[in-house]
Design a protein around this ligand. Structure first.
Ligand code: SAM
Length: 257
């Protein structure tokens, strides 16, 4: 597959920077979990992963699946590598895998946020180490008070802790994407199990620069929201990005009563 033409519709930007590949491998959590890789592509990351652990991968592109089946024939025969050819989001409509895993991947950017949210909700997923667009990594790793703190930051902090491992320039990929990238690490310590909380967060950040109370007023009685804010000693004009994750959890609980 020397002259592979990257397919734009599948978000194919192959990682060709050995320094970054090694950084990902070195930063992986040390544990006995298996690895799930989404979009192994030409196997540039996979070849290092299978050296360390058992890997199960999901690849949508049938041409790449053929290539991977040949390249990793030995690892497939020894069950060190399992390849599922198809759309990971289809596979995820039910349980993705039935064991505890860490996700390590250079994600297709057009569905990266969706995949991370699914991994955060998946109780089998214990850690997430993924290459994504820098802007997306910054949103997941944002802290309260930062302009980019959003529902993604709150959801992440509800189940664990996020950090940016390394920023990666476009030249590290072939073809080079138009945007900067970053490796995002999320260490999960608990499980997210409340869909309602996520809906509440979406509503809270409907218009990020408007007040929190205004955003909630389309579904909740505004005077009740203001009363809750006052009880928590928060100002009535507080903006969504100024409210911490524990406070979101408290407000949500109070609104359920
Ligand atoms: N891991 C390789 C690397 O680091 O060079 C390739 C990464 S490339 C950014 C994204 C990969 O995800 C491509 O191989 C693409 O075909 C695959 N992909 C895109 N959409 C997918 C989907 N819905 N399900 C599974 N794989 C997908």
């Amino acid at each position: 597959m020397e002259n592979v033409v990257a397919k734009k519709q599948f978000g194919q930007n192959f990682l060709k920077d050995d320094g970054v590949l090694h950084k990902i491998i070195q930063s992986m959590p040390k544990n006995n979990n298996k690895i799930v890789e989404i979009g192994p592509g030409l196997g540039d990351l996979t070849k290092y992963l299978v050296d360390i652990k058992s890997v199960e991968a999901f690849e949508v592109d049938t041409d790449l699946c053929q290539y991977l089946n040949k390249t990793f024939e030995k690892e497939i025969n020894t069950k060190r590598f399992t390849l599922n050819c198809g759309d990971v989001l289809e596979a995820w409509k039910s349980e993705l895998v039935d064991y505890e895993y860490d996700m390590v991947a250079n994600l297709p950017y057009y569905i990266a946020t969706n995949i991370i949210l699914k991994a955060l909700a998946d109780t089998n997923c214990k850690n997430i180490m993924v290459m994504v667009q820098l802007e997306v990594a910054q949103k997941f790793a944002a802290l309260v008070g930062e302009k980019v703190f959003s529902s993604l930051g709150v959801i992440t902090q509800s189940v664990g802790e996020a950090s940016i491992v390394v920023k990666v320039p476009p030249e590290s990929f072939d073809p080079a994407p138009k945007v900067d990238s970053a490796v995002l690490f999320i260490q999960k310590s608990s499980n997210r199990d409340d869909k309602g909380f996520e809906e509440f967060l979406k509503l809270s950040f409907t218009q990020p620069r408007k007040t929190f109370a205004k955003n909630l007023s389309s579904e909740y009685d505004k005077s009740l929201v203001l009363e809750i804010l006052e009880n928590l000693e928060l100002k009535p004009t507080i903006r969504p990005h100024e409210i911490s994750t524990p406070l979101y959890q408290q407000i949500y609980k109070k609104l359920q009563k």
